[in-house]
Design a protein around this ligand. Structure first.
Ligand code: FAD
Length: 469
């Protein structure tokens, strides 16, 4: 692991570097530097010595060689959304992939090559232009790179699997500056590790995916319930989702109602349960498949209707925009038990921040049909993932909101599997949580792959898998 340089590279060194690097090279005195070092989670405030924005794989190779030459730690940024904030570092080199954002679709082969700076919205728009989709996440401003490298689940995952389940190949630059391809046929161990093992193995310069057909209009939207009804409704929704076809996507969220136009004004600021559904198929088939969920209880509002898939994907973008302070803790649930529901409802009444959410995403379907060891992404048999998402604005309130998330997490622990999702781990959760994400077998296999491809742990600013000694 390189020792962080005590002095940043001199102006002369930076000027020389600029002549060989095609993209932007920014240091603290440059316009745009502060914007470049800012990431989604405002809790993370770090100042790299140098930020580079590569325009292609050769720039990434140049950047890695520069970091080695000047003993700079390397942080890699895709979409900058990760809550742990490893996309930025203090005093090192930040490789910001945001200028590499192309999405090239082959409609005949139903595949796409996607660069690591692309956001999910870029992917949705380009693929939907051909009536195709890639399963991504629930928020369209998330980066494809970090999402894919950790697994990736969203509205389409019960129907078409995780984002990594649709990965065909990856191009990346390794710790020693080599450009390599990984697929089932080429460097298969590396390819396995990239399907959930995070940013441990190199800087990805392109992902190749299989795509699926989906008409542009889907039946989708939120259903809101009075919080008093939440325990009963959540139980019924869990049963209905278990019996639903794979095309039915569902997430639940408990939060104070935002001032969204679809919600009546009198509930704004009050605790509500939101049940958000989508059917990954025709609107007609969706009417039938979503009816059992839409028939549950007496909602305040049912805003489910036909809408463009790519627009629906942006529904949570405003509520989760960059710049707020965030702290997450996540559990997998083998089932949505009554005890887990009661714990969430008990803690919900103590929520103080208007932006905090207890998010529950239904898994299962195609995710659960892949063999457990097929990817480093584990916990395929979990029916739900719960993400306790504290979100607030003032640094002075950090302790209160972080403590609230930890307390609810602890209350849920007896009802959870013990595992977690690598992409939902916060900055201070420690090494054990990384083990919990992978489990012993996958972790040991990742360690062996890491030892082969990054024996010096050059890429350690991530949910780090240390190479075997
Ligand atoms: P970044 O912070 O840029 O990257 C995260 C890490 O990935 C980096 O620290 C680095 O280690 C690695 N990395 C990034 N780019 C590269 C690269 N080119 N090469 C090698 N390593 C790289 N996840 C889901 O699965 N489903 C969801 O529905 C979902 N919803 C979310 C909603 C919000 C509002 C947020 C903030 C996150 C959500 N996530 C979801 C989690 C998300 O998948 C992770 O935060 C993911 O890491 C984000 O990727 P990014 O590229 O934007 O992040």
């Amino acid at each position: 692991m390189p020792i962080a340089a005590t002095t940043p590279p001199s102006e002369t060194v930076i000027e020389a570097f600029r002549t060989e690097f095609r993209g932007d090279v920014l240091v603290s005195t440059d316009d745009g530097y502060d914007e470049a070092r800012s990431i989604w989670n405002a809790v993370i405030d770090k100042a790299p010595a140098v930020v580079v924005r590569p325009l292609g794989a050769s720039d990434v190779m140049t950047a890695i060689a520069f970091a080695h030459e000047h003993d700079l730690e390397i942080a890699v940024r895709g979409g900058g959304h990760n809550v742990a904030g490893n996309a930025v570092c203090d005093g090192g080199l930040m490789i910001d992939c945001s200028a590499m954002r192309s999405v090239r679709v082959d409609p005949k082969a139903k595949t796409a090559w996607i660069e690591p700076g692309a956001l999910l919205h870029d992917v949705d728009v380009e693929t939907q232009a051909h009536g195709l989709v890639l399963p991504g996440g629930f928020v369209s401003s998330t980066g494809i790179a970090g999402l894919t490298l950790g697994g990736g689940f969203g509205y389409l995952s019960r129907a078409f699997g995780l984002t990594v389940d649709n990965l065909r190949s990856v191009e990346l630059v390794t710790a020693d500056g080599r450009f390599v391809t990984a697929s089932e046929d080429e460097n298969p161990d590396l390819f396995w590790a990239l399907r959930g093992g995070g940013g441990n193995f190199g800087v990805v310069t392109a992902f190749e995916f299989d795509l699926h057909e989906l008409e542009s209009t889907v039946l989708a939207g939120p259903i809101a319930y009075d919080f008093a009804d939440a325990p009963a409704v959540m139980r019924e929704v869990a049963t209905a989702v278990r019996e639903a076809p794979d095309e039915v996507a569902c997430l639940m969220a408990i939060r104070k109602a935002p001032p969204a136009p679809f919600l009546p004004e009198e509930v704004h600021g009050e605790l509500v349960l939101m049940v958000v559904v989508m059917y990954a198929g025709s609107v007609e088939a969706g009417e039938k498949a979503l009816a059992p969920i839409r028939g549950i209880g007496s909602p305040i509002v049912d805003a489910v209707g036909p809408k463009p898939y790519a627009t629906f994907q942006t529904m949570f973008d405003a509520a989760t925009d960059a710049g707020a302070r965030n702290y997450w803790k996540a559990h997998y649930l083998s089932e949505m038990s009554g005890e887990a529901i009661d714990a969430m409802c008990d803690y919900a009444i103590t929520i103080v921040s208007p932006e905090t959410t207890i998010g529950m995403m239904a898994l299962g379907g195609e995710i659960s049909r892949r063999p457990a060891g097929s990817t480093p992404y584990q916990h395929r048999d979990a029916e739900w993932v719960v993400n306790v998402q504290s979100r607030w604005r003032e640094a002075a309130e950090d302790d209160v909101h972080i403590a609230w998330a930890r307390d609810l997490f602890d209350a849920l622990t007896p009802h959870a599997t013990g595992g977690t999702y690598v992409n939902f781990i916060s900055h201070d959760e420690g090494e054990q949580r990384i083990h919990d994400a992978f489990g012993t077998d996958a972790y040991e296999r990742l360690v062996a792959v890491k030892a082969e491809w990054d024996p010096e742990n050059v890429f350690h600013l991530n949910q780090n898998v240390r190479p075997a000694v």
